[in-house]
Design a binder for this molecule. Structure first.
Ligand code: GDP
Ligand code: MN
Length: 395
């Protein structure tokens, strides 16, 4: 689950990570009130207005702007709230901005003593350990840094027992810090790592981490991804999900208990089991098609689930054919076949050809049911045969 910057910062702050302070606002009036409150609390004169969408590169797209007075706060918020923000990480249509974060300006005017660093915490799948990745080159595209100056990116691998003090010091040292800033950075890294583990996150990306002119270290931006499988341990995080930021069909599928991922192709897939689903997508591609989705209906492919899956797949207007590929191990194939037929009849007209391959227990009865159903559904026995039939209907 991806979070907004303001939500990620709140979590970090809860674990003692210093952050650029801010208040979220959904209207220009709220933004002005937030700015006043921040001035009272922090003494800041200037504010940054930051679009809250699930995409990076907001600064480049005009989604992060400096306001030097309350009039600026109002006019900038008016511009940003409701805009479709296009950044290097969004589609050409952009992402609709529903709220802004009004934050204290932490780059003090005329200040040349600040530095921006990059820092992320993530799992290194090759070693099975968490690692801290960091760089002196903050504030810019880390991909560009990785490409052009890879020696400026450092990593610190962490044993499962936890981050050791010397590791935090090494990070501060490699970032070229000394004195108070060095101490502040070790505290920052330590708190950040604790926050990563305790919040069950799968990614923290803080770009930039700022060193202020008075040697404070703070998170100015925060990209936080929480591991969905751990959400049961964090009931308070569940409400942080912003469904407006997610693919609408995927959200609906999730609510129906279907594992669905929207893809760009034209062949809808309905499969049981993630492994078979992956293999099915491969075969579709080999046969010259492109999968329109990944869909694992799970173990109990009864009529209700098959119907739900049909509806989800057909929401994607790009779908030109549907391949159902189900292995009847625990669930009997004849039951699934009946489910397909019932779902089909229930839905009335389905305007795309359907190819069904059922293998396993009672596969022969299932094939008979499909063949005698009188519906526009073709059966296939072999995997390759199913793929060929898909190709034939697309041609
Ligand atoms: P991103 O573009 O989506 O990564 O958004 P960031 O939160 O990283 O903000 C983009 C840029 O805005 C940062 O790299 C900073 O240079 C700038 N910025 C952020 N906060 C402040 C601030 O308090 N004052 C000033 N002057 N610039 C800021
Ligand atoms: Mn950033």
């Amino acid at each position: 689950m991806n979070l907004h910057e303001y939500q990620g910062k709140e979590i970090l702050s809860g674990f003692g990570v210093r952050i650029q302070r801010g208040i979220v606002a959904t209207t220009p009036e709220e933004a002005v009130a937030a700015a006043k409150k921040l001035t009272d609390e922090t003494g800041t004169g200037w504010h940054v207005i930051k679009a809250q969408v699930h995409a990076g590169g907001r600064g480049k797209g005009g989604g992060v702007k400096l306001a030097k007075n309350l009039d600026d706060v109002k006019t900038i918020s008016e511009q940003i709230i409701g805009m479709d923000l296009v950044t290097p990480q969004t589609s050409a249509e952009g992402k609709r901005v529903h709220q802004v974060l009004v934050a204290e300006d932490v780059y003090y005017p005329g200040d040349s003593e600040t530095s921006e660093f990059y820092m992320s915490v993530l799992l290194n799948r090759a070693t099975g350990k968490n690692m801290i990745m960091y760089s002196t080159e903050g504030g810019m595209d880390i991909e560009t840094v990785a490409e052009e100056t890879p020696h400026l990116i450092f990593t610190e691998e962490v044993e499962p027992s936890g981050l050791l003090p010397f590791q935090a010091r090494r990070v501060a040292f490699n970032l070229g810090l000394s004195g108070l800033a060095f101490k502040e950075m070790t505290k920052f890294v330590t708190a950040l790592y604790t926050a990563y583990v305790k919040s069950d996150s799968s990614l923290f990306e803080i770009n930039p981490v700022l060193k202020t002119s008075d040697d404070k270290i703070m998170a100015v931006d925060a990209k936080v991804t929480i591991d969905d499988n751990a959400l049961y341990r964090h009931k308070d995080y569940v409400e942080l999900r912003d469904k407006r930021e997610e693919n609408a069909i995927e959200v609906e599928a999730g609510e129906l208990g279907l594992n669905y991922v929207d893809l760009d192709g034209n062949v809808g897939c309905m499969v049981n089991g993630a492994g078979l689903a992956m293999a099915t997508m491969d075969l579709i591609k080999q046969a010259g098609g492109e999968p329109a989705n990944f869909l694992d209906v799970g173990g109990t492919a009864d009529a209700a689930r098959v119907e739900a899956a049909f509806k989800i797949i057909l929401k994607d207007p790009a779908v030109k054919a549907i391949l159902i590929n189900i292995f009847g191990g625990i669930v009997r194939c004849d039951r699934v076949a009946q489910g397909v037929i019932d779902a089909y009849k229930n839905m009335g007209t389905i305007n795309v050809p359907i190819i069904v391959r059922l293998q396993g227990t009672n596969a022969d009865i299932a094939k008979e049911l499909i063949d005698n159903s009188g519906l526009d559904v073709q059966s296939a026995v072999q995997f390759q045969e199913a793929a060929d039939k898909v190709q034939a209907v697309l041609a």
